[in-house]
Write a protein that binds this ligand. Sequence first.
Ligand SMILES: NC(=O)c1ccc[n+]([C@@H]2O[C@H](COP(=O)([O-])OP(=O)(O)OC[C@H]3O[C@@H](n4cnc5c(N)ncnc54)[C@H](O)[C@@H]3O)[C@@H](O)[C@H]2O)c1
Length: 260
Amino acid sequence: MGFLNGKRILVTGVLSNRSIAYGIARACHQQGAQLAFTYVGDRFKDRVSEFAGEFGSNIVLPCDVADDAQIEATFSALQSSWDGLDGLVHSIGFAPREAIAGDFLEGLSREGFRVAHDISAYSFPALAKAALPLLKGRNGSVLTLTYLGSEKVVPNYNTMGLAKASLEASVRYLASALGPLGIRANAISAGPIKTLAASGIKDFSSILKFVEAHAPLRRNVTIEDVGNVAAFLLSDLAAGITGEITHVDAGFSTVTPGME
Ligand SMILES: NC(=O)c1ccc[n+]([C@@H]2O[C@H](COP(=O)([O-])OP(=O)(O)OC[C@H]3O[C@@H](n4cnc5c(N)ncnc54)[C@H](O)[C@@H]3O)[C@@H](O)[C@H]2O)c1
């Protein structure tokens, strides 16, 4: 028996066993949740199905958030397995490579900005909207993943920092829109973790070293650290928390590096 016993949670964004979404799925499974998963692109279907199997799930649905029709189809398909949803995990981010490398203005383009915001920011409220019929009446919640680069300048994060700022604003607007229905919206601002998405960011390993040297806990966080907080935020233990950005970053965002 765990604190998510009987809860049904849809997890997007599992791509590898290093994905933050994988850590979230594991923690939710350990706390007794039933899980469903999405994947992008047919070639990843088998891989995500294997991960789903690890967590006792056979609900694995295609969902490319760039495509409105796929978003709709995901929730119609989910409805044929589940009559309701208690949690939605949005663990999705993408920006074209030139938008997350080097000089901010050199890498800036209308198309790079559009894609980063479309995939990494718009998709969260869009998924929440599509999930609403299933979420209604169950006191559930929606959760996304953000990063410090929205609040402060982080080298190379560039256009993605702008997209994350938009994503964080959407958490507050979603909290306000969904609150009267008893549905909560939150984000975790995770410290840097070596995942496939993170490897797209230039010089990511130097960020990991810097955080380890300066964070109050003198270490980087893991997908277990993030997963455990996600499970808590998705549960009734967090019934009074909404519109909140919770930092799971070993305290890094609280210090002025070099002056700690
Ligand atoms: N790794 C970090 O250091 C870190 C820190 C803070 C926040 N985050 C955020 O965590 C989230 C998950 O990233 P991760 O680090 O686990 O990397 P990851 O590469 O494991 O996951 C990124 C996911 O985004 C999905 N995705 C990309 N384009 C998509 C699309 N069009 N439709 C649907 N899904 C799409 C990928 O399939 C993948 O599953 C992202 O929002 C990322 O910005 C990561």
